[in-house]
Design a protein around this ligand. Structure first.
Ligand SMILES: [Zn+2]
Length: 104
């Protein structure tokens, strides 16, 4: 149930549209969930989870020994099958930049 994608590589064909958005396709039911890249930005460094506590615990147990250097995640329930989806990603600030507080 836990998915790992590289958000920056999730759009196979770069376009004006995909510079703002990407789409997650559920492996169970093929439901597409759209994101804006800013959604990922909002979760950088955040431990915020959209999941209910037991689901969150289950996901964290499942991924505990699979994570490498991911430092951010975004999670939700698939609107098609109600499955738990958590996307891990790594954010590295560009050289010489920092994350402004309260930016959105
Ligand atoms: Zn699904």
């Amino acid at each position: 149930m836990v998915s790992r994608i590289e958000p920056r590589l999730a759009c196979p064909e770069p376009s004006n549209y995909s510079e703002r958005c990407t789409v997650y396709v559920c492996r169970t039911c093929c439901t597409q969930t759209g994101f804006e890249w800013s959604d990922f930005d909002k979760h950088i460094g955040s431990r915020f989870s959209n999941l209910m506590y037991p689901d969150r615990q289950a996901v964290e147990r499942e991924v505990a020994d699979k994570l490498t250097d991911e430092n951010s995640f975004l999670d939700f329930y698939c609107s098609g099958c109600n499955g738990v989806v958590r996307v891990y990603y790594r954010y590295e600030p560009p050289e010489g930049e920092f994350i402004p507080e309260g930016s959105s």
